[in-house]
Design a protein around this ligand. Structure first.
Ligand code: SF4
Ligand code: SF4
Length: 173
């Protein structure tokens, strides 16, 4: 008797689950609301901090890369993806001459970006279409990695950053 009862209970439970599933399907079907993105015609904006592509920041006003060829990024890279060279200019400052990053072995750990103390490397969220047909195309040089920061992403002035830090410290946060 007990097994007969559980047999019918299972049938009713299964039927109930079927109804719940169908109600969800019907709800979304009738609402005609779709969450499907028609990629590549439609592109989702990624969060600003997405690790999409690494770029070498170019200062358009000074007409030069911010990189001073200090080698810190190359030393920080666990996969030795970065190779670069630099020279000392007439002003006594070092400037990068060649910068190569092999994205075929890069694991996007971000160590290079963190190691750079000269605001010369950054992840750029919107550049995520990085597929290529040939592995060799993933070896990029300074021209391929060149990126001019748009005005709306400009870093805050140092005084503003200091003032914010001071007010945070004062508030005891
Ligand atoms: S993200 Fe990581 S693996 Fe890629 S170049 Fe930078 S340090 Fe190397
Ligand atoms: S750490 Fe920054 S400044 Fe130094 S070599 Fe790398 S990109 Fe250039």
């Amino acid at each position: 008797m007990g097994s007969l009862l559980s047999y019918f209970k299972n049938i009713i439970f299964g039927f109930w689950n079927l109804l719940v599933g169908l109600s969800v399907t019907t709800k979304y079907f009738l609402s005609m609301k779709t969450n499907t993105q028609q990629y590549p015609e439609e592109k989702l904006p990624l969060p600003v901090r997405s690790r999409s592509m690494i770029k070498l920041i170019y200062d358009g006003e000074k007409d030069q890369f911010n990189c001073v060829a200090c080698m810190m990024c190359a030393k920080a890279c666990p996969n030795s993806c970065i190779k670069l060279e630099g020279v000392r200019g007439a002003d006594g400052k070092r400037r990068v001459t060649t910068f190569k990053l092999d994205f075929s072995t890069c694991i996007f750990c971000g160590y290079c970006v963190e190691a750079c103390g000269f605001d010369a490397l950054t992840f750029v969220a919107e550049e995520y279409e990085n597929s290529v047909y040939k592995r060799g195309s993933l070896l990029q040089d300074e021209q391929a990695m060149k990126w001019v920061r748009p005005a709306h992403l400009a870093p805050k002035p140092e005084e503003e950053v200091k003032a914010e830090a001071a007010s945070t410290a004062k508030a005891g946060v």
